[in-house]
Write a protein that binds this ligand. Sequence first.
Ligand code: AMP
Length: 641
Amino acid sequence: MSNATTTYADFYRQSIDKPDAFWASQAKLIDWFKPFDRVCNYDNPPFAHWFEGGQTNLCYNAVDRHLKDRADQAALICVSSETGQEKTYTFKELHVEVQRMAASFRALGVQKGDRVLIYMPMIAEAAFAMLACARMGAIHCVVFGGFASGSLASRIDDATPKVIVSADAGSRGGKVVPYKPLLDEAIRLSSHKPEAVLLADRKLAPMAMVAGRDHLWNELRETHLDAQVSCEWMNSTDISYTIYTSGTTGRPKGVQRDTGGYAVALAASMKHIFDGRAGETYFSTSDIGWVVGHSYIVYGPLIAGMATILYEGLPTQGMDGKPDGAIWWSLVEKYRVTVMFSAPTAVRVLKKQDPALLKKHDLSSLRALFLAGEPLDEPTARWISEGLNVPIIDNYWQTESGWPILTIANGVEEKASKFGSPGVPMYGYRVKLLHESTGEELTKPGEKGVVVLEGPTPPGFMQTVWQDDERFVATYWKTVPGKMVYSTFDWGIRDKDGYYFILGRTDDVINVAGHRLGTREIEESISGHLQVAEVAVVGVADALKGQVAMAFVVPKDAGLLQDSAASLKLEKEIMKRVDDDLGAVARPARVRFVTALPKTRSGKLLRRAIQAVCEGRDAGDLTTMDDPAALEQIRDRVAAA
Ligand code: AMP
């Protein structure tokens, strides 16, 4: 609700000028078992420790504390247009299920500080598992269910989980996607082996059980029906979870988050940014495998006492499995959703549907639609804004930040959005634009620079890279000469009113339909094919998905370029390889064969030049290029396609 006495500018200034007082006041939004002694310890930059000395629990704040006032209100609403199933858990029922899951974990040997890897479709058990970990102080690592064995194996090795939680299968577009064989293959590939695997059996696909290792949740649950597992009081700075994200190297990074800071950050954002109120319903269409799923499917709405919808399925498929471009709007109507969160790509998919579908259901409960994960183009924003007639709020953030960096805080003061801009810096974030090479701060409107944050980063922000403080500092805090600032690796500009515009990544990360992918990971998978000599993967603009991956491959046998049947065969094999290693999300949209790749004289791949040529733009300064013919060849291949 707007607070007429506070302007957002004042609110923001307080967070920057008097951060301790500001965050101490926000910390009242959650329940503490033991109050904190110190708001922020920044004695050892860039490591910020929030609410030191305090003790709390994420699950307690998300579930238990609501039992007093709203035990019988909806907490978790699970809807699957894939299986046609729909089930609501009240806070009381959620409390019971989470304890059953926690007791099952305990029976499998999980203790405080152990890792539990969660590789699951969008089903209730995924949320139970996350909350059960938080309840007992185990660290969850959710891996997106769309990732394949290779990606999963490298995450198992990094997280070294004691237990893995999974299911027989997910389903997409009516097609069953078995998870168990992918998981078994990942465990075969990984050096670390979990002690136990807990499986939810949806009866969608047969499961080969490994005796002594694999356990059925459906059975274990029965033995813990009345389980009571109390919340483990965690130090505020104790780790709650890690989530893997892609960077410029092939090795994914485990983004590590604390407990108290995260809980406060989410509670504050639910109030000031999303303006979600207890007793209402929140609907985020993301997946628990992404940070949005952690913050705004599971923890954020529940901490705020809201019901949250966990949706499995496409945006265009009805509960009967038949096409229905209004399925999401029917859920808004049925569950009286007040706040919705989605991604621009999803809206671009809906934009292909009959616009009358936006008017088919009663959407009067909806107050705002938040969109994030990738740039929101103006035509998409206008289309949905006119169709729904509610504010469309772009918000910019990253896996690392855990909650929005730039947006509009309508819960503090209602402010107009500007098309193409996610908005202004959120409270607690010291956002700056720096010159790419000199590191000089850019203060004039319209100047393009790297978006950076000055420390200390606010509560909820990543603590470090899991088990690798050095990598955290080297990757994020040492990119600008002479300055210790956090780089977002995004280009941005600021206009005269202080609104930011994000212009894309400064590194080799691409964004396909809101999914963040490292081009290096895809290149590593492709170069593992015996017939591939070299490969470059770039992100190319795409009208629907924002970007798609395009691979340029130098085959070991140059004769392949003249043989269309052999080229086609290798292209298919390359696609399959990426599917098997990383998952279909990472599969290149196109593979083109060339005899050489454009590089600098020192041998560095000129990915940005390749990308520019693919998008029909000027390739920029090529004075350091070794072999100009290589770029011409790419231009020809793209033109010929
Ligand atoms: P992820 O960590 O997967 O959430 O990806 C974060 C990246 O997605 C950011 O660094 C940006 O490049 C991009 N991104 C996220 N939200 C937005 C937005 N609202 N506008 C433009 N780019 C965005």
